[in-house]
Design a protein around this ligand. Structure first.
Ligand SMILES: NC(=O)c1ccc[n+]([C@@H]2O[C@H](COP(=O)([O-])OP(=O)(O)OC[C@H]3O[C@@H](n4cnc5c(N)ncnc54)[C@H](O)[C@@H]3O)[C@@H](O)[C@H]2O)c1
Length: 343
């Protein structure tokens, strides 16, 4: 089995709690070294995994012969770290968001192309059991053509870390927008045609947005309605998928999708009344829709093993689970959000 000599840059929440253990767990990766400016984090990595530590990415790239660099440093460093890795002949697996802006994302892609390397962005929400199950329900065409998808991230917290600040690429667009807008574009399999966005900084202790409303019309005709809100005292419904013949919601308590739909062949014939006096002063009945209900437990679906997908792409030349063109489209949509919100 081919082993990818791998290093992780950034030993924070995602680097230490996700990337390092995933790399150590998978036989196709060898954790050769880690980078962090905090010495105690390097010491922790050495004592737990016997891994060499470096205080900077430059020292790492000069000191080691690597196949893959995993970037889990704060967002403003992603481009600098990726470009340095490409220049040393390494492939890059970079955490989201790819970069703080479309312009910087394009620099990363240009460097990847110039050096003939591979790049994939970690978009974990594509791999969750909820999205895997939802793809299957949509494939069965129970609810007919999807005209709208509503997705919400909501809670109330006073953000106080670097992600609360615009100068560090913080804010809800780069933080959760990257997840949820990507999820919806992925489910729709379409690019964005029109983007509108409004945002505010409400509960955050920094200056970056923590309440965001995004509406995207896709090239294939769906409306994507996304709320990213960390200033919401009541929880908002996380998912609602609306189709011509039904809709799908997530039952968070049961951890299951609930599908309500009708079969077109079971729908009674409808008649219209165009005279300008509604017959019998009645409103159209809602009782004549022959609704069917289905429950799809998430436990019936397996989440996708992201590091296995990484291995297939970086080691075995399989197709990328997250193609870079789709990551670039996401960056373009986020840029359009920022531009529209600033109007
Ligand atoms: N995919 C996900 O679900 C997910 C979740 C969390 C974070 N992230 C992303 O991962 C990145 C890191 O976020 P986090 O929450 O782990 O941050 P964090 O603040 O918890 O950790 C950042 C780490 O990087 C180190 N660091 C700082 N400057 C550095 C530099 N110049 N070179 C190398 N290391 C440096 C810090 O010492 C710290 O250990 C961000 O881009 C964030 O958006 C992704």
């Amino acid at each position: 089995m081919k082993t990818l000599r791998t290093a992780v840059i950034g030993l924070g929440r995602i680097g230490w709690h996700f990337h390092v253990p995933q790399i150590v767990r998978h036989d196709g990766f060898e954790l050769v070294a880690v980078v962090d400016p905090l010495q105690e984090r390097l010491d922790e990595a050495r004592s737990e995994f016997g891994t060499k530590g470096y205080a900077s990415h430059i020292d790492l790239l000069e000191g080691e012969d690597l196949d893959l660099v995993v970037i889990a440093s704060p967002t403003p460093f992603h481009v600098e770290h990726a470009v340095a890795a490409f220049e040393r002949g390494c492939n890059v697996f970079c955490d989201k968001p790819m970069a703080p802006s479309l312009e910087e994302a394009d620099c990363m892609i240009a460097s990847m192309e110039e050096h003939g390397r591979k790049l994939m962005i970690y978009q974990p929400h594509r791999a969750g059991a909820d999205v895997v199950a939802l793809q299957e329900i949509l494939r069965q065409d129970l609810i007919g053509p999807v005209y709208m998808m509503k997705r919400t991230w909501s809670l109330y917290r006073r953000r106080d870390d670097w992600q609360a600040f615009r100068k560090y690429g913080g804010g809800m667009l780069n933080n959760f927008g990257v997840h949820h807008i990507d999820e919806l574009l992925y489910l729709c399999q379409s690019r964005a045609r029109r983007v509108t966005c409004a945002m505010r900084a409400v509960a955050s202790l920094g200056d970056a947005e923590d309440a965001v409303k995004v509406v995207i019309e896709t090239e294939n005709g769906a409306i994507l309605d996304v709320d990213l809100n960390e200033a919401a005292a009541h929880r908002m419904t996380p998912w609602h998928i609306l189709g011509q013949r039904g809709s799908i919601v997530l039952d968070e308590g049961e951890q299951a999708w609930r599908v309500r739909f009708f079969r077109p062949e079971e729908l009674p014939e409808g008649t219209t009344h165009e005279e300008l006096a509604a017959p019998g002063r009645r409103y159209p009945s809602m009782a004549d829709i022959p609704w069917r209900e289905e429950t799809w437990p998430l436990s019936d679906f397996q989440p996708i093993d992201f590091y296995q997908k990484c291995y297939e792409y970086f080691a075995l030349d399989g197709p990328p689970f997250v193609p870079i063109a789709e990551s670039r489209e996401l960056m373009r949509v986020l840029d359009a959000c920022r531009q529209d919100a600033a109007k």
